[in-house]
Design a protein. Sequence first.
Length: 94
Amino acid sequence: MGDYPSVELLEAHHAFPGPYMFKAIGHTENGFVARTVAAVRDELAEAVDPPFTVRETGSGRYVAVTLVVRVQNALQVLAVYKRMAQLAGLKLLF
C-alpha cells in the first residue's frame, strides 16, 4: 500500500491547513478500529481521538473507518497515510 498522492496533487486539490478525509478498510478482529484511530491520533500528535465513523459490512468480516481530521500540509497527509499503511489487517486505504 505505497501508492500515495504526490505533494503536488494534494496541494492542487486541497487547501492547507484544513480538513482531510482518510478511510481505512480492514478485518474487524484485533481492534482494527481502535488501532486505526490511534495511528492517526499519534501521527498528528493529538491528545484525544479524532472524530471518526465506522461502518461494518453485512457479513461483519470487514469494517470501514472514516476519519476527517485537520492537517497542516501535504507532508502531514503523507505521514498519516504511511502510518496507516502499517496497520495489521488493512485491506484498503484511501
